[in-house]
Write a protein that binds this ligand. Structure first.
Ligand code: FAD
Length: 285
């Protein structure tokens, strides 16, 4: 059986308090030896320096690989080339290559700037840097919210793989069937890159509903209703969320997911509780 990879996503801290807390969070997560960390870019207004600094901080602190996310929306070839040169010089060898979210005012799904879709970014990185970077791209088992239909969204995913992506990480989901259906579609289309499942721990009802409305993740009705009822009872909500997501991860792992990418939201506890529930190796001192 091939090794299952676990990775942890962070975002660049947005406040001095967030920055002060991050090293302790990273230390706790690093103790379970993930395959790599990744650091978002642009999301919530974080800029290039925040991502770069957080990536370098994580590597310096833990010695574990850290991969920057790189979005191309509104950018130019020259800017992306400069950023790639910076990452290459810093020894970075993995990038999560994305289009990024469009400005709220956008009237077309084609991004403004010199890159319109993530496949163009992947092609550009491969043309200019060959195999220097391992490239991960986003996959959407429940369909990207701006896609016209599932078939077109799948074609868009296939184009990213054909452009040279080495692997994919999915948007989070709570319906395991959507993930396995996507993986089956990939197999039928001859797509063999690993499709790692993105998993979001459940810790906050309002935040989960907001994120999910924006990114198109479906919260099963029974889960939503129960979370809604528990929103003023934090310990009960955390327990219920942990049960739901533990079962999801067990189903994914039992049925062959090649890895899980945890959206940690810069919190160690929810991910480590899942880790423990799944019986994964204990943290090392
Ligand atoms: P694409 O693959 O380009 O797809 C975007 C949309 O365009 C889809 O609807 C697709 O179906 C459609 N499309 C693609 N090609 C074509 C075409 N030729 N013609 C017509 N339609 C087409 N966002 C951030 O801002 N920062 C981050 O760090 C970040 N990290 C993420 C990490 C992961 C693992 C995931 C799953 C998402 C992340 N996102 C991040 C969100 C992501 O940027 C958004 O979902 C964005 O709207 C789409 O990016 P993409 O790379 O999937 O785009």
């Amino acid at each position: 059986m091939s090794t299952i990879h676990f990775s942890f996503e962070l975002f660049p801290p947005r406040t001095p308090e967030g920055a002060a807390k991050l090293p302790a969070t990273v230390a706790r997560l690093a103790a379970v030896q993930p395959a790599f960390f990744s650091v978002t870019y642009g999301a919530g207004g974080s800029g290039q320096d925040g991502t770069y600094d957080t990536v370098m901080q994580v590597i310096g602190q833990t010695g574990i690989e850290a991969a920057p996310h790189l979005t191309c929306v509104g950018s130019t070839r020259a800017k992306i080339a400069a950023l790639l040169a910076r990452y290459k010089a810093a020894g970075i060898r993995r990038i999560v290559a994305l289009r990024g979210d469009l400005p709220a005012t956008a009237s077309s799904p084609s991004a403004p700037g010199e890159f319109h879709y993530a496949n163009e970014l992947v092609a550009f990185i491969r043309e200019t840097h060959g195999e220097t970077f391992r490239l991960e791209v986003a996959a959407y088992p429940e369909m990207h919210p701006q896609a016209a239909n599932p078939a077109q969204d799948f074609d868009a995913f296939r184009r990213k793989v054909e452009a040279g992506a080495h692997g994919a990480v999915t948007q989070y989901f709570y319906n395991a069937d959507a993930y396995f259906d996507f993986v089956e579609r990939c197999a039928r289309a001859g797509i063999t890159v690993p499709i790692v499942a993105g998993v979001m721990p459940i810790t906050n009802y309002t935040q989960l509903m907001r994120f999910s409305a924006a990114c198109g993740a479906e919260i099963p009705r029974w889960v939503r209703l129960k979370l809604e009822a528990l929103q003023d009872d934090k310990p009960a909500l955390l327990d219920f969320g942990l049960d739901v997501v533990t079962r999801l991860c067990e189903t994914l792992l039992k049925n062959g997911a090649p890895g899980i990418h945890f959206y940690t939201l810069n919190q160690a506890e929810p991910t480590l509780k899942l880790w423990k529930n799944l019986g994964l190796p204990a943290p090392q001192a």
